[in-house]
Design a protein. Structure first.
Length: 134
């Protein structure tokens, strides 16, 4: 793992969340993107070398909608940048972690992503992120 890539925060309303984080961080988001495969709309803020990702459900059956229904708005996941996502997935499986997908999938912000089940990481959803080569 190279670094913390971003921290994901589930919000009910992206526009309202953007307003709050713009005031908090003193700058506007740099990108809004919809990830149809996850039924989510995201917004990214750059904070020094790190990022904050706000996530709004675009469907009532999306993972974010279910998360908010169960736990309310708040921290959803921590994402780590990795050099080789497939190698990291194999390593983590050997260490006993449960992966939520068998293959990396396209995520927001030009990344391949894979999630690690929170029950194997002390209740924290972990996202692995690899930059997609252009």
């Amino acid at each position: 793992m190279k670094k913390i890539e971003h921290i994901g925060i589930a919000v009910k309303n992206l526009e309202s969340g953007n307003d709050i984080y713009k005031k908090l961080l003193g700058k506007a988001h740099y990108k809004i993107e919809e990830v149809k495969s996850e039924n989510v709309k995201t917004s990214f803020f750059q904070v020094g070398p790190n990022k904050i990702e706000l996530l709004e459900a675009t469907s009532p059956d999306s993972p974010i909608a279910k998360f908010i229904e169960k736990r309310g708005e708040g921290m959803h996941h921590i994402a780590f940048a990795v050099k080789d996502i497939r190698r990291e997935m194999k390593r983590l499986e050997k260490e006993g972690f449960i992966l939520l997908n068998k293959e990396p999938k396209k995520g927001a912000d030009n990344k391949l992503v894979c999630f690690v089940h929170p029950k194997t990481a002390n209740g924290v959803l972990i996202e692995l992120c690899q930059e997609i080569e252009k």
